[in-house]
Structures are given as C-alpha cells and as structure tokens.
Design a protein around this ligand. Structure first.
Ligand code: AMP
Ligand code: ZN
Length: 113
C-alpha cells in the first residue's frame, strides 16, 4: 500500500516514536496528541477500517485489544482511559489504515464531539 501513511510507518519510510511492536501490531505516539497519553495501535496488515474486517481478523482484533490493555497498564492509566476507533467519513477517519487511539491521563467528556 504505497500511498498509505501507516504502511509507510510500518516499512520505516516515515519515522515515529515506536512504543510497542510484535508480529501482528505496531504502537506509536500520535504526532498531534490530544491527551497526556495518546498512542495509536495499528495492525501490520493493511485494513482500511472496520468496514473491511471479517471472520479471518477475529484473532488480530482480539490481540489489538489485549495490547491496548497492556499499554494502558504500562502507562499507569489505572483510573481509566478511552479507546477510539474513527471509521469512515462520518467517524472522522483521516488515515485510511485501521487504527485505535489509546487516550489517557485526563478526564474525557461524553458525548464526544
Ligand atoms: P484518525 O483521525 O482517527 O484517522 O486518526 C489519525 C491520527 O493519526 C491522528 O490523530 C493524527 O494526529 C495521527 N497521525 C497523522 N500522521 C501521523 C504521523 N506521521 N505519526 C503519528 N501520528 C500521526
Ligand atoms: Zn496501510
């Protein structure tokens, strides 16, 4: 996926602050943090968004949630945190590679904007 920013991050063409990596996922700091902790977790497989996932992705998607849980613990977010997935135009998705925002270190409002 030559035009995909997050695929370029995965291939090392674009540099980021790497926080965690394994065979399935990469986690890195958001370039424009919206909270004291703002980490993006992405699958290494190019998936546009949740409209593109299927039964074959169940293990991967479960794995992402476990990684997010560990990252929250590692960042001492013991009072809670927010996990966000923006999907498509109405969801405000700006990068077309599935990603989850882990946001923490402050109190978030509800409903979101
Ligand atoms: P979304 O709006 O949900 O698609 O989120 C995309 C996120 O990617 C935004 O929070 C951006 O700040 C973040 N982002 C864009 N470019 C980079 C980059 N080069 N490194 C890290 N984060 C980025
Ligand atoms: Zn991609």
């Amino acid at each position: 996926m030559e035009d995909c920013l997050f695929c370029k991050i995965l291939s090392g063409k674009v540099s980021t602050k790497k926080i965690y990596e394994d065979d399935k996922v990469l986690a890195f700091g958001d370039i424009n943090p919206q909270a004291p902790v703002h980490i993006l977790v992405i699958p290494k497989k190019h998936i546009v968004n949740l409209n593109d996932v299927g039964e074959d992705d169940i293990v991967l998607l479960g794995h992402i949630q476990v990684v997010i849980s560990k990252l929250a613990r590692n960042n001492k977010l013991f009072d809670g945190y927010r996990v966000v997935n923006n999907c498509g135009v109405d969801g405000g998705q700006t990068v077309q590679h599935l990603h989850y925002h882990l946001l923490g270190g402050r109190v978030f409002g509800w409903p979101p904007g």
